[in-house]
Write a protein that binds this ligand. Structure first.
Ligand SMILES: C[S@@+](CC[C@H](N)C(=O)[O-])C[C@H]1O[C@@H](n2cnc3c(N)ncnc32)[C@H](O)[C@@H]1O
Length: 186
């Protein structure tokens, strides 16, 4: 099995330490629930997890996959640009796995404007040493726009407040998925 080429799995490994200490965790794009399940499995028992999606079907799939952890999960049928309003506490770990649900309507994809609003809201609410990971898919048009906006935004984030890393496969296609990892440092 290839490990270095699996960007999603690598960022999941990167957030495990922060997750183990987290009280409040957000999955901003719940989809079929695989990421929510990962977050629930690796967070402390007392952590609260918020799983957002705008598709009812996605949230139902997430609910089914994470039934064992349901007591600790708030399933939120709303856009992630409502995180500031709907997550009333500081956030320790957040994850965005952008794009559309594999096998579903590609028109229901994350969009630049709401993604950028949501990312800003999450960064504002991150606790010190809190971590936000974002997996971007520049291989489709909306994804390419989103990735470009993220890059522009992250490149000028004040270094005294945030550290931003980018994990990109340099010898794969430029359209291959890549990930940002943001830590609030102050
Ligand atoms: C790539 S999928 C996420 C995969 C998922 N995390 C999993 O483990 O299966 C992207 C998801 O983002 C959702 N989405 C699109 N726009 C959204 C928005 N504004 N707010 C919240 N979710 C959104 C889509 O409905 C889709 O389910």
């Amino acid at each position: 099995m290839q490990t270095v080429s699996n960007v999603l799995n690598l960022v999941k490994e990167a957030i495990k330490p922060a997750l183990q200490k987290a009280q409040v965790v957000v999955d901003a794009t719940a989809g079929n629930g695989h990421d929510t399940l990962f977050l629930a499995e690796h967070a402390a028992d007392e952590a609260k997890i918020y799983a957002f999606d705008i598709q009812d079907a996605a949230l139902s799939n997430t609910r089914a996959l994470t039934a064992e952890y349901a007591e600790r999960i708030n399933y939120v049928l709303a856009s992630h640009d409502k995180i500031a309003e709907l997550v009333p506490r500081p956030i320790d770990v957040a994850m965005f796995n952008l794009g559309y649900l594999p096998g579903e309507e590609h028109c229901v994809t994350t969009k630049t404007e709401s993604t950028m609003t949501a990312v800003r809201q999450v960064l504002d609410k991150l606790t010190c040493n809190g971590v936000c990971v974002i997996v971007a898919y520049p291989g489709h048009e909306a994804g390419a726009q989103e990735a470009a906006s993220l890059e522009e935004f992250f490149a000028v984030l004040p270094r005294k407040n945030y550290t931003v890393g980018c994990y990109r496969l340099l010898n794969h296609a430029r359209t291959a998925p890549y990930a940002y990892v943001v830590e609030k440092v102050w």
